[in-house]
Design a protein around this ligand. Structure first.
Ligand code: DGL
Length: 266
């Protein structure tokens, strides 16, 4: 493996760009390849079998690009396939689940937390059981918020309906005395202010992006695979659907315009 090989990351759609943003900041010399499977988003309401199949399509594509490290920038995909990938791929694999749990356990003081994710992530029970293993004294309240992702994918992050949905989904947390909530879907940081307003300003909202970027840096450093030569950041974006729509969302998510988006068929 050569240090100038790219890092690959993927999500069902544009949510993983919240992880991309942190990787770009933390590792400015690295080449990054982002794949958004926007033709098949959302994954969160699909069967585990479909999610596994879609995930493996994305992974195979990225492996063919000769990546040196894979970041699974999707909680839903991670919930079903992360361990399989970590055990079978010849390159290191970083998943948002482990990074998110790490951040959550560092943040909570009272040990009463919420986990917000897609239906499939919450029903898989993976985050809940990993959290229990890591910190048996933590009490977690899990809530599926299935309608957030379609709105975010459409770029409707300020739509008034999101506030109504958030109030509906999060109502039961009001009486649970939580002090932190894990945004266990990479799309949710885009509607952070809405979730914060509904849960209250004292609740810490935890996301995995910085922890993933640090973990990627640490892993590459340990292997001696950090790219020391590249002066300019090199980012490639692929989408399985409309490139213009992806470009518009990426601008919104990253805060700056991106040039080339390439269409692919998986
Ligand atoms: N961004 C994905 C995640 O982190 C979810 C979106 C979807 O439902 O496809 O779970």
């Amino acid at each position: 493996m050569t240090p100038d090989a790219p890092i690959g990351l993927f999500d069902s759609g544009v949510g993983g760009l919240t992880i991309m943003r942190s990787l770009m900041r933390q590792l400015p010399q690295e080449k990054l390849i982002y794949l958004g499977d926007t033709a098949r988003v959302p994954y969160g309401n699909k069967s585990p079998q479909a999610i596994i199949r879609y995930t493996l399509d994305c992974v195979n594509f990225l492996i063919k690009q000769r990546i040196k490290l894979l970041v699974v920038a999707c909680f839903t995909a991670s919930s079903h396939v992360l361990y399989l990938l970590q055990e079978t791929l010849p390159i290191p694999v970083i998943g948002v689940i482990q990074c998110g749990i790490e951040e959550l356990t560092r943040t909570t003081r009272s040990g009463r937390v919420a986990i917000l994710g897609t239906t499939s992530t919450i029903h898989s029970g993976i985050i809940q059981s990993l959290l229990q293993q890591r910190s048996p004294l933590i009490t977690a309240f899990s809530i599926a918020c299935p309608l957030f992702v379609p709105f975010i994918e459409e770029g409707l992050i300020e739509h008034p309906a999101l506030m109504l949905m958030a109030r509906h989904y999060l109502a039961s947390l009001k009486t649970e005395n939580i002090d932190s909530a894990l945004l266990a879907c990479t799309h949710y940081p885009m509607i952070r202010s809405i979730i914060q307003e509904v849960l209250g300003k004292d609740i810490a909202l935890v996301e995995p992006a910085m922890s993933c970027a640090r973990s990627a840096q640490h892993t590459l450093a340990q292997k001696g695979w950090l790219n020391q030569q590249n002066q300019k950041q090199d980012c490639l974006f692929y989408t399985t659907d409309d490139t213009e729509k992806f470009r518009a969302s990426a601008h919104q998510f990253l805060g700056f315009p991106i040039e080339t988006v390439r269409p692919i068929d998986l």
